[in-house]
Design a protein around this ligand. Sequence first.
Ligand SMILES: Cc1ncc(COP(=O)(O)O)c(C=O)c1O
Length: 1017
Amino acid sequence: MLSGFAGRAMTQSTSDMAELDTAELNQYLFTSYGLTGQFAPLPGEIDANFAVTTDAEQRFLLRVHARGAARDEIELQAAVLQFLQSIDPTLPVQRIMPSTSGELLPVVVAADGSPSELRLTTWLEGDVWAHSISPQRTQRAASAASLGRLLAKLDKALELFDHPAADREHRWDLARSEDHLKLVSLIDDPDKRELVTAVLRRFVEEVAPRLADQPRQPIHGDANDYNVLLGSDGTVSGLIDFGDIVRSWRVNEIAVACAYAMIGAPDAIGAVVPLVSAYHDENPLDEVEVNSLFDLILTRYAASMCMAAAQIRDNPTNTYLLISQNDVWERLQHLTAQNRKIAIMRLRAACRFEAVPARPHIDRWLQRNSHRCGPVFRRDLSGTNLRVLDLTEPDERIATALLNSLSNDPASAHLVAVGRYGEERSMYRTPEFETDDPTERRTIHVGIDLFAPAGEEVLAPLDAVVVGVGVETVPLGFGGIVVLQHETDDGVAFFTLYGHLSPSSFATLSVGDRITKGDVIARLGRADENGGWQPHLHFQLMSDLCGWATTEIIGVVARSQWDTWASVFMNPNHVLGLAADCSVVVERDAAWLQRERQHVIGRSLSLSYEAPLKIVRGEGAHLIAHDGTSYLDMVNNVCHVGHCHPRVLAAGQRQMAQLNTNTRYLHDNLIEYSRRLTATLPAELSVVFMVNSGSEANDLALRLARAYTGHRNVVTVDHVYHGNVTSIVEVSPYKFNGPGGQGPPEHVAVAELPDLYRGRLRYGQADAGAGYATSVASAVTHMLAAGQAPAAFFSEGILCTGGMLTLPDDYLHHAYAHVRAAGGVCIADEVQIGFGRVGSHMWAFETQGVVPDIVTMGKPIGNGHPMAAVVTTPEIAAAFANGMEYFSTFGGNPVSAAIGLAVLDVIRDERLMHNAELVGNRMMQGLRDLAATHQIIGDVRGLGLFIGVELVRDRSTLEPADHEVGAIVEEMKRRQVLLSSEGPHHNVLKIKPPMVFSNANCDEFLEKFDAVLSEYR
Ligand SMILES: Cc1ncc(COP(=O)(O)O)c(C=O)c1O
């Protein structure tokens, strides 16, 4: 039992049992397990442990239990390992190997006749946490999170475990810490005794009663830094030693783990936040458990010190034990010196509990009552008088010069400059802004600054009681401070803070004074009395004073702790009501966003890549991540003319500044756009409906078809996708035959996928188009036989989810003919491929020489602005105009139309269709050249810049290389190229970059792709 810090010393020694010689061990191993091998002794307190390498190079851990060891405890450990193996074989815990006669704990008899139990378990790779934990914050966080996840899974499994010995009284059970009070007197140092007593008393008086009703279950109970193994990637590869398993409060599992995971971390709480949050995500904790965690961690340290004192009493020469206790004492002091309330808030926030439970209530009260708040200055703070500053400037001199220039411009004397809430400022460079973590400073401003001359009177915005007056003298500090307490109508307190005041102006103010809304509470201070700043008011709204003395209150916080601080420091504009943009969205790291997304965004929406990207900017054919890495974007056919194209941007901005309203007014943009759009289409397609998404366009197309034909049924092509609305999921086999789908509805018939690579008719086969179109014909025939008729046939000009399949020659020609013969209309879905992407034509259907009855457009139409369109014939449009009005609130609004026009202009002016053809051909040729050396490339197909590369393991069997495609996409991402996969077999690389994709971009891709494929040769 290597329990706790007290036990850690024992890991350095070996048991008497280690005296066993190799011959004896080999005999044990052979008689019990039929194995022979090499032995290396391992540390063990009581039992003898050996690393065994068998002659067959397998590694095991052999434990020879001490003679006379408690049989029920040995059995408990064996039982739990066996149980875990059966319930969750993925848990990285040792597997117990039965002997040749099937026993888990075979008994061997030593030469002296004494019996011992053996236990052989699998060997877990990795190094102990204590030796291998990274000092680097993000790596350490990943290790901690992986430990949290493992413990959560383990505890979920252990909840179902039962064994009589699990209910034993165990001295290391944190729930029994009351017993340690008896040992406190053994601690020599009076300071230590005092602190340990205080911690244990709090446990007895507050923590244990609070936890009385909390879940109890068997827990491992000792995830210490010598029992947790880390693999080479820094994540947990194993948890060993179930010697302390006991039924206890569930939360004790992570309390113990946290106590050890904090060792050596500059910011102890910050180091365990990832552990606790990962545990909570997997095995949600109760609020009471989370509130108790901090005290339980302290209790573990206190218990460890008591146990160590007892061990030293029994074994005074054990100096190693004394040394190992230094860590414990250091951590106990570190944690007890911390603000306990804030530590608990941080652990609450880690589990997505509101750091300050009252905050949402205060927030809602302020939302409803903000009109009751008065001004803080007499001067006019209306929007036109406000100048919002950007103080994010990393060069402190520029930021300071900006501030100084404010007071030197007489023309702007009436203006009030505003400093923003949530703004990241690098100007706080003095030691006061350091955090426990040397890699992070306090930089996020949590008040709103209002710059006005020294002497400006500051008024109370609400009735209040003074709860703090003080002067902070450090440079860049608050100078003179007043803190007021207010109450919601139902008596919940909240606070406002006024910083950078002139101390003499509030000299008569005392804590407890009652203030009436509108009273002058103080005046703004000069630079020499306000912390060295341009005169201004730092106004802060707080849900809790966190137990701080007035001069301890902070106004700038660490970004990584924003979860906690956003709950304490509320947006001050609730009270100020400034008509200006005076708050900033605080940027969060990718890990936080990913986790939060799971809670606030529907989980049916997936993310790309194993490690999702946080993209913050786009430019041309590139996307730029938060860390500045620039990725070549080869999958974004939405930002058609290039990310953030300046002409499209300007067109949108211009029109947005002028007017945006619905289409019930006359507007040039709508008509001009519709004329320009129809000019790109065959003459019969001349009536436009503007909508907002491809799905909406296809839904409207279906309604048009039904109105015109009077029929309901639809023929659709296998594996394709047309949109996310109910009516369109019903015509999308990709969805209704995919995961979660329920097959086609009775009104939908699915035509065969015209796949020239792996389908019934293949490349080079004459009349493949007509051949595949017979499937459309038979779908129609079946309908007619059942007394139905098709309203519509949906098809794309290149089948995207079908696997980027170009259509066989004349396929649409024949298919359209079959459908039309039965009275149906033909819908061309150009949502993916339209607007010149195919290079040779504006629309993909044109490459088939057909004219559809309805065309739907989306994605590229607005270069990322949400808009879409349906274009049809006057006859179909007329049939739809049956009295029921059709209106789309946003469709065709002046801003969308302006953006649509700009996209058409850019396609024309930058010759983007031609570019698509040239670069697309270069790409396809390059890919076909690569196919000569890379057998995995089965097929290269496409038109213009819409290209599929089908990967196969075997060119004759066409076995799909699906895993390989996934791995290639990930590897290309590592090389800064973004791709994705497609197709019924998930083995087609999808290439559809912005149309500004250049020859150089193409060559860069080919070169990197070649290098990556070489790894699969
Ligand atoms: C061919 C096709 N049609 C329609 C849609 C639906 O478009 P949206 O997502 O804009 O609703 C998609 C979307 O991927 C599509 O690929």
